[in-house]
Design a protein around this ligand. Structure first.
Ligand code: HGY
Ligand code: MN
Ligand code: MN
Length: 408
C-alpha cells in the first residue's frame, strides 16, 4: 500500500468539507466538523480501531495493545482549521498517525502499548478565540468559564456543543488518566521555511513558543463624517490604527518577538460615520514567557497612552495565554534517530506556531515532527507538503513507534 498517496487522497477529501463556499474553513462544533469526524472515524474503523467522540467533540480512535494492561501512546493533531485555510495544517498529523496504525493493523502487529489517534475539536480558536479547547479537555486544563463565551452570532460555546452532540457538563470527566500515558507525538506541517532552506523532508521540534491573545476595543464617539471638524473628533479607528503601528514598531525592535493584529472591526461600519467603536485582536508570541508577558504589559500601557491622547476609552481583555513548552528529550531523541535513518540528519527546530502538543504537555511528555512546507506558507490555501515528504514522515513515525516498543 502506498500510504503517502492514501494520505494525500484523504487530505483532498477532507479539504472538500468546509462551512464556507469559497474556501476551507472548519470551526469548532460546526456541521462541517461533524462530517469530518464521521469520515475520519470510518477510516479509523477500517484501520482496526474502535472509535468514539468525547464530551467536547474530540474524535478518538483506539488501537489495542498486545496486553490489556499496556499504556497508551497518543498520536494526532487537530481537524478544525483557520478561515480560508490550507489543507495540511492539522489533518496531516491525524492522517499520518492513522496511516501508521493502518500499517500495524495490516501487518497484524500488536505493540506492548495501545495507540490512540486523536482528531482534536478546536486548536485554532476561530469561533470562540480560545484555542486548544479539545486538547485542554483531555489534559484537564479546560476552563469551564469558556463555555459562556459567545460566537459572532451570540451562540454560547455550551449551546454550540450541545447542538453538535457534545456534553458540556461532562468535559471535566474527559481528562485522560496521566498514569496510563506514554506521551503525545504530533506530526505537523512546519508552517515555516527552515526545512525547505535545508532541503530536508522532516525535522524534530525542540520547543513550542508561548502565546498571548487579547481582544482590544477603543471607544470614542460616532459622528457625522461631513460636519464634525477634525480637531473635535474622538475617532476610535484612528486610535486603533495608531496602536497597530505602535505594536509593529515595538515588535520589530524586540528580537524573537512576533505580534499580529489579524482582525479589526470599525463600528457602526458606514462610510459617512466616524467610527464610535473599533475592536481588534492581538496575538503576541515569544520563546521566553517573561519577555512575552512584559511586552504585553508595555503594549497595554501604550494603548492607554494613545487612548488618553485622543480622549477615547481603551478596553483590554486577555482571552488566551499558553506558556512555552519544551519537547520531552527521550521522545525527541527517538524521533531524531528514526529521522536520521531516513534522511541522514535530524534538524531540531523551534515552533513559532502553537500546537495541541503545547496543551497536552500538561498531562504527558510531548514531541513533534515537522514536515517541509513549500515556501513556508501556511494559514493560506497555497499551503503545501509533497507526497514524497509525507512518505518520509510516515516511515519515520513507523520507525519511531517500533523503537518506542523496543524501549519498553
Ligand atoms: O496560531 C497558531 O499558532 C496555530 O496555528 N493555532
Ligand atoms: Mn495546526
Ligand atoms: Mn494553524
Amino acid at each position: 500500500m502506498n500510504f503517502a498517496h492514501l494520505v494525500v487522497q484523504r487530505l483532498d477529501a477532507l479539504a472538500q468539507i468546509s462551512e464556507d463556499e469559497g474556501g476551507l474553513t472548519r470551526s469548532f462544533a460546526s456541521p462541517a466538523m461533524r462530517r469530518v469526524n464521521d469520515l475520519v472515524g470510518s477510516w479509523m474503523r477500517d484501520a482496526g480501531m474502535s472509535v468514539c467522540t468525547d464530551a467536547i467533540g474530540n474524535l478518538i480512535g483506539h488501537y489495542p495493545a498486545a496486553t490489556p494492561a499496556g499504556k497508551i501512546l497518543l498520536l494526532g493533531s487537530h481537524l478544525d482549521t483557520v478561515r480560508d485555510a490550507g489543507k495540511f495544517d492539522g489533518p496531516l498529523g491525524v492522517l499520518v498517525a492513522l496511516a501508521c496504525v493502518q500499517f500495524l493493523n495490516e501487518t497484524k502487529t500488536r505493540l506492548p502499548f495501545a495507540i490512540e489517534v486523536i482528531g482534536f475539536a478546536d486548536e485554532e480558536g476561530v469561533r470562540y478565540q480560545s484555542t486548544y479547547l479539545g486538547s485542554r479537555a483531555l489534559a484537564g486544563t479546560f476552563n469551564c468559564e469558556d463555555l459562556k463565551r459567545t460566537d459572532a452570532r451570540g451562540v454560547t460555546m455550551a449551546e454550540a456543543l450541545r447542538e453538535f452532540g457534545g456534553t458540556p457538563d461532562a468535559i471535566a470527566a474527559a481528562r485522560m488518566d496521566a498514569s496510563r500515558l506514554l506521551g503525545y507525538v504530533e506530526v505537523h506541517i512546519e508552517q515555516g521555511p527552515v526545512l525547505e532552506q535545508k532541503n530536508l523532508a522532516v525535522g524534530v521540534v525542540s520547543a513550542i513558543t508561548g502565546q498571548t491573545r487579547a481582544r482590544i476595543a477603543f471607544v470614542g464617539e460616532a459622528g457625522h463624517a461631513g460636519t464634525v471638524p477634525m480637531n473635535l473628533r474622538r475617532d476610535s479607528l484612528c486610535a486603533a490604527a495608531e496602536f497597530v503601528l505602535a505594536i509593529e514598531e515595538l515588535a520589530k525592535d524586540r528580537s524573537g518577538l512576533v505580534a499580529t493584529v489579524g482582525e479589526i472591526t470599525a463600528m457602526p461600519g458606514a462610510g459617512n460615520v466616524i467610527p464610535g467603536q473599533t475592536k481588534l485582536s492581538l496575538d503576541v508570541r515569544h520563546p521566553d514567557d517573561v519577555t512575552r508577558s512584559q511586552t504585553c504589559d508595555e503594549l497595554k500601557l501604550r494603548a492607554d497612552e494613545i487612548a488618553a491622547g485622543r480622549s477615547v476609552i481603551m478596553n483590554w481583555e486577555t482571552v488566551h495565554e499558553s506558556a512555552a513548552v519544551v519537547c520531552e528529550r527521550r521522545l525527541a531523541l527517538l524521533l531524531e534517530n528514526a529521522t536520521k535513518c531516513h534522511q541522514g540528519e535530524a534538524p531540531l527546530l523551534a515552533s513559532g506556531a502553537g500546537h495541541d502538543a503545547a496543551a497536552m504537555a500538561a498531562i504527558c511528555p510531548v514531541a513533534m515532527l515537522f514536515v517541509r512546507c513549500k515556501g513556508g506558507v501556511s494559514h493560506n490555501p497555497a499551503e503545501f507538503a509533497s507526497e514524497a515528504d509525507i512518505g518520509v514522515a510516515i516511515e519515520v513515525m513507523n520507525d519511531f513507534v517500533k523503537s518506542l516498543a523496543k524501549s519498553k
